[in-house]
Ligand binder design. Structure first.
Ligand SMILES: Cc1ncc(C[n+]2csc(CCOP(=O)(O)OP(=O)(O)O)c2C)c(N)n1
Ligand SMILES: [Mg+2]
Length: 628
């Protein structure tokens, strides 16, 4: 066997830069570079190896958490066909990545994390930033990555790379198991030399499979769909990952079945497709929620049925409702006692369209879908043009942004009141035109995630929509956007605090306690003084962005036009009327209310809560036998 003498870090990068994936006959280099921050735990190992491998570009970020968000944004916008590697020092640099790892795994996005780790050799322990244990020497902070990683390993000896890396690649490229992969790299081992087989550094192409459905489940699914009179599709993120939008369109055209969309699946169909009902669930449209409530068959397509989709198990109220789930992950396919079709979305849709030839929903149902959709579009128009002065409602800001954007532009957001409003109101015109991180709904994802989305496709304008609260979590990544010459249009909605959680608090009888951005007033000792004097415009400008403050919708529209002409990241700050919110549409979300309280408002809220919970259902009937 021919070998090459390299440090573990040199061997690792030598391997990673030669990994490719292939789907539908198209090849992609899987890792586009390495993101991170150097410290003593990686500078001599990975840092040195990066210098010798400049064809794997190194991109410094401002916070390790943001590195993982950036990689996730990139992977999501690339339909999981490409990603980044993230390197960190040991200790706090490493643990900063844990939130990102959870986000990746929950959203089923491939990211490779390489936290530095304490000395394997141990004789100099405890090293700077080492967590010690009196019970064992075999534990450290990187063990915290285990529950949030789909694959986790620690490389104690240089040759362990040779068997660990193929496992990491298997998981990262798996359509069903993908998520964060963590390889903890002790800082001494990173720099240690070993003899690595040359074979390890040859180009390797990993197939991204499109699994076919098994015959028995498929036939049962076809039978169930043919027998249904009020079927509805729930399109999840799997549709986009599978690039199944055209297949979905053909399926809907042929069968007349309408489709609601989850946050991750929004944009699976263009908003103006006659059977696109838009958002479904807690943040759903009236059209989708009404259709879902009465459906006798729900086809879950690439969805994991999170509580926002099932409206905390209240969305599907037809006593006879049954589920057919199409998913690459067996785990998701079996949810809600569905007929499990473990398969790729595109393949399954193509097969189903053929097998269902001659089936079509009746004219009454199509007419109902048509009417509900028309009513919904009128509601969106109303919310886009409320005409509030001097401060517009958030829905008007969304409307102006939508009107300014082009059909291929990307809207990106993650947490606050924005996911709910955008899920309902944004009119997605092309696949991946709506990029919402709502698996983890992580404040701070927006700016780094958007850098990732923009790097994935620089030809698309990326609009970032975020709140004052979420902006303050990670404004520093504007610096990374400037560094990389990445242009984003960031719309910062200032409503002086957490309008979303404030609204929730209010609805629970808690009067917005602790959710407004206010000074502590000396008179009361409470946070009930005037609004915090944060100058967001100056903040964004100080980080290198172009910054504009817009007063009212007219100025906001002008600012958007200017932002479109700018060639660098532009932040537009607009204050909104926080009391005017987009309502819910016949839906419910289970947030447990205090069962006992001194406060009458909380007691009243609990009484309503107990009643609403009565609508929550178990869906157990699907898999029972014929006699059942
Ligand atoms: C990292 C993180 N911490 C806390 C939360 C809980 N949370 C969800 S929305 C929100 C407030 C967001 O405030 P802002 O960005 O101003 O948006 P607004 O609610 O005003 O629309 C909070 C604290 C979260 N989603 N992520
Ligand atoms: Mg806010």
């Amino acid at each position: 066997m021919k070998t090459k003498r390299l440090t573990m870090a040199q061997a690792l990068l030598g391997f990673l830069k030669n990994q490719y994936v292939e789907r539908d006959g198209v090849e992609h280099r899987f890792f586009s570079g390495v993101l991170g921050i150097f410290g003593h735990g990686n500078v001599a190992g990975i840092g040195q190896a990066l210098q010798e491998n400049l064809d794997l570009p190194y991109i410094p970020v401002r916070n390790e958490q943001a590195a993982v968000h950036l990689a996730c944004g990139y992977a999501k916008a690339s339909n999981r066909l490409r990603t980044f590697v993230c390197t960190s020092s040991i200790g706090p640099g490493a643990t900063n990545m844990i939130t990102g790892a959870a986000l990746a795994t929950i959203n089923r996005l491939p990211v490779l994390l390489l936290p530095g780790d304490i000395f394997a050799r141990r004789n100099v322990a405890p090293v700077l930033q080492q967590l010690e244990s009196p019970a064992t020497q075999d534990v450290g902070v990187n063990d915290c990555f285990k529950p949030v990683s789909r694959y986790w390993d620690r490389i104690y000896r240089p040759e362990q790379l040779i068997t660990s890396l193929p496992e990491a690649m298997r998981v990262l490229t798996s359509p069903s198991d993908c998520g964060a992969v963590t390889l903890a790299l002790p800082q001494d081992v990173q720099a240690e030399a070993g003899d690595y087989p040359e074979e390890m550094f040859r180009k390797r192409v990993w197939p991204i499979r499109r699994p076919e459905p098994d015959r028995a489940s498929f036939e049962r699914a076809v039978e169930a769909i043919r027998a249904s009179r009020r079927p509805v599709l729930v399109a999840g993120g799997g549709v986009l990952f599978s690039e199944a939008s055209d297949a979905l369109k053909r399926f809907c055209d042929a069968t007349g079945i309408p489709a609601g969309e989850t946050q991750a699946g929004k944009g699976s169909l263009p908003y103006d497709h006659p059977q696109c009902l838009g958002a479904v669930g807690v943040t759903g449209t009236l059209a989708a929620n009404r259709v879902a409530r009465n459906a006798d068959l729900v086809m879950g397509l690439g969805t994991r049925f999170a509580d926002f989709t099932t409206a905390s198990m209240t969305a599907f109220q037809n006593p006879a409702v049954r589920f057919v789930n199409i998913n690459t992950a067996e785990f998701d396919a079996f949810k809600l006692s569905a007929i499990p079709v473990v398969a790729d979305a595109r393949v399954a849709l193509e097969r189903l369209t053929q097998a269902l030839a001659g089936y079509r929903v009746d004219a009454d149902y199509s007419a109902l879908v048509h009417d509900l959709k028309r009513e919904w579009e009128a509601e969106v128009e109303r919310l886009f043009h409320l005409g509030l002065e001097p401060r517009p409602a958030q829905s008007e800001v969304i409307g102006a942004m939508w009107e300014a954007s082009g059909p291929r532009d990307v809207l990106l957001s993650a947490a606050g009141s924005h996911p709910g409003d955008l899920h309902k109101l944004w009119r997605t015109r092309s696949p991946n035109g709506y990029h919402m991180e709502y698996g983890y709904s992580c404040m701070g994802y927006e700016i780094p995630g958007a850098i990732g989305a923009k790097l994935a496709d620089p030809s698309r304008e990326v609009y970032v929509f975020l709140g004052d609260g979420t902006y303050l979590m990670m404004p520093g990544e504007i610096v990374t956007a400037v560094q990389e010459g990445v242009k984003l249009i960031v719309v910062l909605v200032d409503n002086h605090g957490f309008a979303s959680i404030g609204g929730l608090s209010q609805s629970l009888g808690q009067g917005r306690f602790g959710t407004e951005s206010r000074l502590r007033a000396p008179a009361t000792g409470q946070l009930d003084g005037s609004f915090l004097p944060v100058d967001f415009e100056a903040n964004a400008r100080s980080l290198g962005a172009c910054a504009i403050r817009a007063h009212g919708i007219g100025e906001f529209k002008t600012a958007l036009e200017r932002a479109k002409r700018e060639d660098r990241t532009t932040v537009i700050v607009i204050e909104t009327e926080r009391e005017v919110r987009v309502p819910g549409y016949e839906s419910w979300w289970d947030v447990a209310v205090a069962e006992v309280s001194e406060m009458t408002s909380v007691r009243a809220s609990h009484a309503q809560y107990a009643e609403a919970r009565g609508k929550e259902r178990y869906h157990l009937a699907g898999l029972r036998g014929k006699e059942g």
